[in-house]
Design a protein around this ligand. Sequence first.
Ligand code: GTP
Ligand code: MG
Length: 430
Amino acid sequence: MAATDLERISNAEPEPRSLSLGGHVGFDSLPDQLVSKSVSQGFSFNILCVGETGIGKSTLMNTLFNTTFETEEASHHEECVRLRPQTYDLQESNVHLKLTIVDAVGFGDQINKDDSYRPIVDYIDAQFENYLQEELKIRRSLFDYHDTRIHVCLYFITPTGHSLKSLDLVTMKKLDSKVNIIPIIAKADTISKSELHKFKIKIMGELVSNGVQIYQFPTDDEAVAEINAVMNAHLPFAVVGSTEEVKVGNKLVRARQYPWGVVQVENENHCDFVKLREMLIRVNMEDLREQTHSRHYELYRRCKLEEMGFQDSDGDSQPFSLQETYEAKRKEFLSELQRKEEEMRQMFVNKVKETELELKEKERELHEKFEHLKRIHQEEKRKVEEKRRELEEETNAFNCRKAAMEALQSQALHATSQQPLRKDKDKKKF
Ligand code: GTP
Ligand code: MG
């Protein structure tokens, strides 16, 4: 046998022995202690409502919790999807519930819906991050920490009777690894019974074929396994919301009244509202909280810590050391910083060189331009000079010609003034 195998055997914990008690000790009260501690501490539950504007989100929340939450109507002109959380303190018997309802305001209202899911994903991640930061603090106060992690996402499907919109599929696909999704068909009173049946089958088929994982009510706890299995087959729930009370027989019930009849919210023949309330609040609220912590948050935490360089040790390797990981990460960070600094310095030097070259090139161009202009100027000067000389020569020639002409004229004048005298002399001779 190898030495390491022997070591492992000797280090293995011995099996605990089963003993019977001689009388009542009292630790059977542990579950009661847990219950009373939890009750005094209170519970928090956070619901995210995703669905297009006016689909009936606020009405359904009011109907579910049988109260009126102050909510304002959303505008149809939001530039992008905005998450609006509102927290309420509710009390039923002696149980306090800190309920946060987060509305995805403006969902589906934009012309370009490509990034509609992003603010929702970012919001869910931000709540995980807040919790992780609290966990990583040296002085952490998880006991009275207001946990804002989303426990369930109610995804409101428009009752078209056709198929899911691509926006619905994309959004649910992006959210399914981050939150428990319960899809619901809203305003189910606007769709006929036979159409609703086909619509439900179609939706489930599309979710499966696109690999969208919706929340499945757990069937591992015997007490609720049967009802949860039945309810899983009813998904997506087709719900109707109303806070209006209508008299049916001698009872006042919450319903929507139409000229042709009354749709009762809590009548299981009319819609699945009761099923949703049972599953969401009365049977599986704790499982939704638990799944959020153990599945979705755990996945976020694992990815985040791995990203930060932490890793668990496997059996054979050295035990995981926080100090070593921190040192390694610090070294990595410093060398990365140095590399970035060097890169920036190099970039700066290159930039300076480039600018210098550009300036030189500009100077050379300017110089060439100047030389060119100078040459043109000299050429023009030379031409002007030539022209001036020519003009001077012409002026001189002209002056000469003028002088000659003047001389000729004066000679001619002189000659004409002498002629009559000669004629007189000639006459006298005869
Ligand atoms: P925003 O917050 O503005 O996005 O709207 P919302 O999704 O909260 O819808 P809201 O609950 O304000 O309801 C919008 C309209 O739909 C109101 O006139 C409601 O009366 C009506 N409505 C709500 N639920 C139902 C329903 O189940 N069936 C029908 N037919 N109408 C409903
Ligand atoms: Mg609303």
